[in-house]
Design a binder for this molecule. Sequence first.
Ligand code: SAH
Ligand code: TMP
Ligand code: ZN
Length: 408
Amino acid sequence: MINCRICENKIKPFMSFGKMPIANRFLMEKDIPDEYFFELAPAVCDKCQMFQLIEQPDPKDMFHESYAFFSQTSSYMSLHFKRFAQFLLEEYLGDKNSFVVEIGSNDGVMLKHIAASNIKHLGVEPSANVAKIAIDNGVNTRCTFFNKELASEILQEHGAADIICCANVLCHIPDLNSVAEGVCRLLKPNGLFIFEDPYLGDVIEKTSYDQIYDEHVFLFSVNSVINAFLPYGLEVIDVEPLKVHGGSMRYTLGRRNKHIVSERVKTQIDKEVDLGLSLPITYDKFKRNCELSRENLLCILESLKKQGKRVVGYAATSKSTTVTNYCGLNSSHIMYIVDTTPLKQWKYSPGAHILVKPYEEFKLEYPDYALLFAWNHREEIFLKEDEYLRMNGKWIEYVPLSIMDAEK
Ligand code: SAH
Ligand code: TMP
Ligand code: ZN
C-alpha cells in the first residue's frame, strides 16, 4: 500500500506491466548494461478516483537536455496546435495586454503562433534541447519545471495570466497538487486554465494500454480532474473530447462560481458512470484485456517469424516501449524500427533493444509487415504511405488488433 499522489488515501496497484525502462531513453550499445528499470504498475484511488502509477522515475531523468520528443514532428499535431492558438487569440487574447502561460511548451509548436501575434506569453519547458528550438522561433521560454514556487516568481515578474494552458503535460507531473496551487496563484480572477491529455475512458474502451508508461504518471477522467482541483478553488467548467493521441479530453477550469458550467461536463460524467470508471471490476476486465491483446500480438509475430517474413516497427514512440517490453518483443520479431527523429536513430529501443533506423530505410526496402507503433497518428501515416499498401505491404495494428492489406 502506498499513498494516493492526490489525496493521500491508501492505494494499491490493480496490475503490473513488469519492469520497464525509461520510455524515451534510446540507448547507445555501451549504455545498455546500465539501463534503469522500474516497476510499471497502475492503481486507481477509490476516494478521489485518480488513475496513477505507483512508481515513476525521477522527472530529471526523463526531461533533460536530450529529450527525444519534438512536438513538431507530427504535421497533424502542428495543425491541431495552430488551431488551438487561433482559438485562444480569437476568444480570449483580444486585449493587447493579455498574458498567456504554457506549461510544457516543448519546441514552441503552439506558442510560436501567439508570439507571431505579438501577445505577451511565456512557455515553461524543462527539456533544454526542445526549449532551444522554441527560443530560436521567437518564443519566450523559461527552461525549468513548473510548480507553485515558479508560479509565484512568474506572477512577480510578469503579473497574473489570462490563460494558463498545457497539452500532454499535466499527466506527466507527479506533484499535481503543486501545479494546482501554482495555477491558483498565477491565474487572473476571471482567467482560465485549459489543458488536454489522453483520456482514461478511451484507454479503457480501446485497451490502449500503451498510454501507460513512465511519463504518464496520471490518466485523467473528468471525475478525477474535478476532485484534484476542487481543493484549490478551481472547477471544471467545460470538457471537449478530442480525437488526437488516440482519444484525449480538453478540460477548461476557472475559479469556482465565476463561470457558467457547461452541460457537457455532466454529460461526460454520466458517460464515465456508464463506463464504470470508478468500479474495481472495470480494471479487472482491463487487465484481462491487456493480457489478451499481448497474447494475440505475440501469436501473430511468432507466426510471421516462423514464416520468415520481414517485420519492421513503424515509429519508435514512447508507447512502443510499453508494448515491446510487456509483450516480450525483441529483434527476432521486429528487425528494426524506423523513425523520423534524428535523436532516436542508430540507437537501441528502451528495454527491447531493437535498432532504430532513419525513416528513409522504410522507403528503401519495404518490409512484408509494418507494426504501427504510432497508431495515434494513423490517418497522417496512412495518407503518406499509400504506396506501401499498393506494393503489397501489410500493416499490423494492435489498437484494436488487425492486419490490413491492400484488399481492405
Ligand atoms: N505540449 C507538447 C509537449 C508534450 S511532451 C505537445 O503536446 O506536443 C511533455 C512536455 O512536458 C515535455 O516537453 C517535457 O519536458 C515537459 N514537462 C515535463 N514536466 C514538466 C513540468 N513540471 N513543467 C513544465 N513542463 C514539463
Ligand atoms: P510519441 O508517440 O511518443 O508521441 O512519438 C511519436 C514518434 O513517432 C516520434 O518519434 C516521431 C515518430 N513518427 C514517425 O516516425 N513518422 C511519422 O509519420 C509520425 C507522425 C511520427
Ligand atoms: Zn486519491
